[in-house]
Design a protein around this ligand. Structure first.
Ligand code: DCP
Ligand code: MG
Length: 370
């Protein structure tokens, strides 16, 4: 007789705070409660982008990363509030303390979001749903804030679940429902499917998980490269990625693959500026300053290069990041070869050792062909 050892399902919770920055501002300043507010941007509605908006503001269509001017047009009574990052960071560590009562396996994704593996929980509660409820209650009673949670057997499904009944939601997708759940998802929801891949999938009449499931692993790899292997597993509800506690952020960046190859240098400059804004948002969201700025270019002929420049101090401001990225762009072949992808990332978040501090600005030029 064949021995079958069933692998027990993991119990994964994804917790994501509701309108995080905005909820904290409404908590601390009662005059903002029940009102449409935007954290970030500028009060005159002219410059900058919205970091996040209260749910009252979202009814008007105000969203994260929207230019304040547009937000003000959509919602003229919108109140712009200056962000208090140190407060958000403090709240974030209090949330973490709550998580730690249940498990040490916590993987934060940003200040307001984390995965928890509660397959074994410290108090011995056993039910992941009950743990999620208790966490939500503790966040409510101790911090006067609401969170949404997704509970499932893997990270991928737990994360999508946490977003389904926002705000103050709790969504459980049990083992027997995972596959049907994933089949119904639109392709955009799949991990790693960006704009360009989603377009490509739609052209191939692949709209949902169920459509992707019709393809063999070999086909998926042929059409979508390495990611195809991941799609093959994920549409079958399989995601073995472990919850990695204290994963150190090594780099923060953003990149864009263009729907057509860029030839115009001015357009590249514009794109680099746009990408820089995204990177700045991510840095600020995670309270990080990096000493190294890296520009990545993928040429039309698939060669990929990176160019970096390092500073003695960490930076997170838009001006410096834009300027540095544009400076790095100059030393490349962009005037001769078409460009398919541009990206910017910041790394080296740790403090610089004092003995290097006197050396001033260092510049590294790296060329990596993939
Ligand atoms: N943030 C930012 N810039 C963005 C997106 C988010 O600065 N482009 C900041 C503000 C948010 C926080 O990060 O409050 C958390 O991001 P979320 O995407 O989780 O958004 P919210 O918590 O604000 O709203 P939701 O209820 O949709 O989770
Ligand atoms: Mg959130």
């Amino acid at each position: 007789m064949e021995e079958v050892i069933a692998k027990p399902y993991r119990k994964i919770i994804h917790v994501d705070m509701d309108a995080f920055y905005a909820s904290i501002e409404q908590r601390d300043f009662p005059e903002y409660r029940g009102k449409p507010i935007a954290v970030g941007g500028s009060p005159d509605g002219r410059g900058g982008v919205v970091a996040t908006a209260s749910y009252e503001a979202r009814k008007f269509g105000v969203r994260s990363a929207m230019p304040s001017k547009k937000a003000k047009q959509l919602c003229p009574q919108l109140i712009f509030v200056y962000p208090r990052f140190s407060v958000y960071k403090e709240v974030s560590s209090k949330i973490r303390e709550i998580f730690l009562r249940y498990t040490d396996l916590i993987e934060p994704l940003s200040l307001d979001e984390a995965y928890l593996d509660v397959t074994e929980d410290k108090p011995g509660i056993g039910s992941a749903i009950d743990i999620a409820k208790q966490i939500k209650e503790a966040i409510q009673s101790e911090l006067q804030l609401t969170a949404s949670a997704g509970v499932s057997i893997n990270k991928f499904v737990a994360k999508i679940a946490s977003d389904m009944h926002k705000p103050n939601g709790l969504t459980f997708i049990g083992p027997s429902r995972v596959e049907a759940f994933v089949e119904k998802l639109p392709v955009e929801k799949f991990f790693g499917v960006g704009k360009v891949t989603a377009e490509k999938m739609k052209k191939m009449h692949l709209h949902t998980g169920a459509d992707l499931k019709q393809l063999s692993e070999a086909d998926l790899v042929r059409y979508f490269g390495k990611a195809g292997r991941f799609y093959y597993k994920i549409v079958r509800g399989q995601d073995d990625r472990p919850v990695q506690p204290d994963r150190e952020t090594k780099s923060v960046g953003a990149e864009d693959t263009f729907a057509y190859d860029l030839t115009d240098v001015e357009e590249m400059v514009l794109q680099v500026k746009k990408i820089a804004v995204l990177v700045v948002n991510r840095l600020q969201k995670n309270q990080l300053k990096g000493r190294t700025v890296t520009l990545k270019i993928k040429y039309h002929d698939f060669r990929q290069i990176t160019r970096s420049k390092s500073f003695t101090v960490g930076i997170d401001d838009e001006e410096t990041i834009k300027e540095t990225a544009l400076e790095l762009l100059k030393g490349t072949e962009i005037d001769q070869v078409k460009v398919r992808l541009l990206g910017i990332s910041l790394s080296n978040f740790g403090e610089l050792q004092p003995r290097f501090k006197q050396r001033g600005e260092t510049e590294q030029l790296g060329l990596f062909d993939e």
